[in-house]
Design a protein around this ligand. Structure first.
Ligand SMILES: Nc1ncnc2c1ncn2[C@@H]1O[C@H](COP(=O)(O)OP(=O)(O)O)[C@@H](O)[C@H]1O
Ligand SMILES: [Mg+2]
Length: 346
């Protein structure tokens, strides 16, 4: 018992100024007060304990938080490093995909250059013969003949120049295609671009595989439409969609060598403010389970060495970057239809 309370009780018991009843009741009050005090003291002590434990816990939590902050910071650093590595790898991949599609183009390009080269060779031989003739006519004094031959030679030289420039353009286009820097947007004639890449893709494949045959059906928008595009990028989209289509029809041809005619269709069509470019094949179509993945980088169903799995994902990105859409629809055993649209400039 609290010593002051004890003192009061002792005093109450010894005093003679109070009755017994008063003493008993006052003693009871003091004892009640003492009990209440004990309980309060106990509670206070408990609260103190809780306070101390909480302080310790708080300190621990702060320490833990600091550790967590540090590890988040470390993770962040590691993440931004791997992001940078990823970006570098991606740039490399895009470049190697470009080189792969350049490989697909080379045979086609060689074929395209062969024609102007033949012209240049033929016309220069003919011109040489004409000049020999001219010398003879000069010696004979037949100036009218000389004049006529000179005009022929001039015409031939014009042709030589024209075809030389054409070959030059093809080579330049090839260099443009392989360049790694970001291309500039140019106002480009869509029908011409699509047709050029169609020829390159077709002859490229024919040069590699003589047995490859496909019926090409084209329907170009009657009037020429132009769009502000990076021509070699959109060219790659066309090239990849065509390569895929050619692959799909030749796979189906292997299954039905006699009863099946491979057809690839290319359509350009101007709508109000866009032009759509559609590339369809009558191959086997894309199964549902595959369809969900075709735009993922590295997804391919082709054997190693034949497919990079990057064609469609890059095509998708290129079309998106041009403000367009790339869509696919496919039907089992009927074929596949890829279409993308671009905003037009006129
Ligand atoms: N026209 C098509 N017909 C059938 N399957 C296609 C067609 N185009 C694309 N695919 C499927 O989509 C996959 C991914 O195509 P792509 O990204 O161009 O990579 P890759 O041609 O290197 O395999 C192909 O492996 C193929 O399974
Ligand atoms: Mg492909």
């Amino acid at each position: 018992m609290n010593e002051h309370h004890q003192y009061i009780i002792d005093f109450l018991n010894t005093t003679e100024d109070l009755s017994e009843a008063e003493k008993t009741s006052l003693t009871k009050y003091v004892k009640d007060a003492d009990r209440a005090l004990t309980i309060s003291e106990f509670k206070l002590e408990r609260t103190e304990k809780v306070k101390r434990t909480t302080a310790i816990l708080l300190e621990e939590t702060i320490e833990e938080l600091e550790q967590k902050r540090k590890s988040i910071e470390d993770t962040n650093n590691a993440l931004s490093k791997s992001l940078e590595e990823l970006k570098a790898t991606q740039a490399q991949l895009i470049q190697s995909e470009k080189m792969a599609s350049l490989g697909e183009l080379t045979a086609g390009i060689a074929h395209e250059i062969q024609n102007p080269l033949n012209f240049v060779n033929n016309f220069s031989e003919v011109s040489q013969e004409l000049l020999e003739e001219m010398k003879e006519e000069l010696a004979a004094g037949n100036y009218d003949e000389v004049n006529e031959i000179a005009n022929d030679v001039i015409q031939n030289l014009e042709k030589i120049n024209h075809h030389g420039k054409r070959a030059d353009g093809i080579v330049k286009g090839m260099l443009l295609h392989s360049r790694s820097s970001k291309g500039e947007k140019e106002v480009t004639k869509i029908n011409e671009l699509v047709d050029e890449y169609l020829r390159l893709a077709y002859h490229g494949l024919r040069a590699k595989d003589k047995s490859f045959n496909v019926k090409l059906e084209t329907s170009y928008n009657p009037s020429e439409v132009t769009a502000a595009i990076v021509p070699q990028d959109i060219g790659r989209v066309v090239l990849n969609l065509l390569t895929n289509a050619f692959h799909a029809v030749s796979e189906r041809k292997k299954l039905h060598p006699d009863s099946y005619e491979p057809i690839v269709t290319v359509v350009t069509k101007a709508e109000s403010d866009t032009v759509s470019i559609r590339i369809s094949d009558n191959g086997n179509g894309i199964p549902k389970a595959v369809l969900d993945k075709i735009f993922q980088p590295f997804f391919t169903t082709k054997p190693t060495g034949q497919g990079t799995g990057l064609g469609l994902s890059l095509s998708y990105d290129i079309v998106k970057a041009h403000g367009g859409e790339l869509r696919v629809s496919t039907e089992d055993k009927k074929g596949t239809d890829f279409v993308f649209s671009l905003p037009i400039t006129n």
